[in-house]
Design a protein around this ligand. Structure first.
Ligand SMILES: Cc1cc2nc3c(=O)[nH]c(=O)nc-3n(C[C@H](O)[C@H](O)[C@H](O)COP(=O)(O)OP(=O)(O)OC[C@H]3O[C@@H](n4cnc5c(N)ncnc54)[C@H](O)[C@@H]3O)c2cc1C
Length: 195
């Protein structure tokens, strides 16, 4: 025990301050953990009996999820993310589209494009796409025809947004067929290994 009472007070204040700093830094490191590390903990403990800690972590899996769980925190989807996701869907459909589509499949893709132009959840984009479709009617005759048409209409949108256009001769290289075992994802009428 120091002889000087002032020295004792200083030591005590020093200890309290150190303890506050340590706990604060622990708290900050928890709140800055990326979402994937939270998810890993939840799934890793899924079969284990719940503990006070694991039930708190589990609630985080009910939060709204982003389009890419590994790179983004939960929150509303941006117009850009929605656009990229929609183009991914549309171009993948183009890559999977059959060489010899049935009458129904041709009707379906025409309807799909018309539906997108009506209910795409960005009114400005939907209205613009309606105009794009009016001057570029869907060409659903074959896989090559449809995927090239998609590339051209995507380029119309790119140009309107001041983005560079995509070389359509590279569309098959960019959007290959879905990586699906034994091509089980191929649409009816597609050429398969079993033909
Ligand atoms: C139907 C529709 C209408 C839209 N209208 C609007 C709008 O009016 N205003 C607005 O702000 N946003 C609109 N968007 C979103 C916009 O097109 C983009 O998706 C968004 O800006 C993100 O752009 P990005 O540069 O990441 O690439 P995106 O344009 O989303 O493209 C994704 C990827 O597709 C590839 N790609 C690019 N061009 C082509 C092409 N021609 N053919 C094949 N592959 C290609 C590239 O590898 C690119 O990285 C629309 C989206 C859709 C689906």
């Amino acid at each position: 025990m120091p002889e000087n009472p002032l020295e004792a007070i200083c030591i005590t204040i020093g200890r309290i301050s150190l303890s506050v700093q340590t706990n604060l830094s622990k708290l900050i490191s928890i709140s800055q953990k990326p979402p994937e590390s939270i998810n890993v903990k939840v799934s890793a403990s899924a079969s284990a009996p719940p503990t006070a800690n694991s039930s708190v972590l589990a609630t985080s899996s009910y939060l709204p999820q982003s389009t890419d769980l590994h790179t983004k925190q939960a929150g509303p989807v941006t117009r850009e993310e929605l656009g990229r996701a929609t183009w991914t869907f549309i171009h993948t459909l183009g890559a999977q589209y059959p060489e010899k589509p049935t009458r129904q499949q041709k009707k379906d893709v025409k309807e799909l494009m018309a539906i997108i132009s009506r209910i795409y959840p960005c009114k400005e984009c939907a209205d613009h796409f309606k105009e794009v479709l009016r001057s570029n009617p869907v060409q659903p005759g074959s896989q090559a025809e449809f995927s090239q048409w998609l590339c051209r209409v995507h380029n119309v949108v790119n140009r309107s947004l001041g983005k560079p256009t995509f070389p359509c001769e590279r569309v098959d290289a960019r959007w290959g067929k879905l990586d699906c075992e034994h091509r089980m994802c191929d649409l009816q009428g597609s050429t398969t290994f079993f033909d």
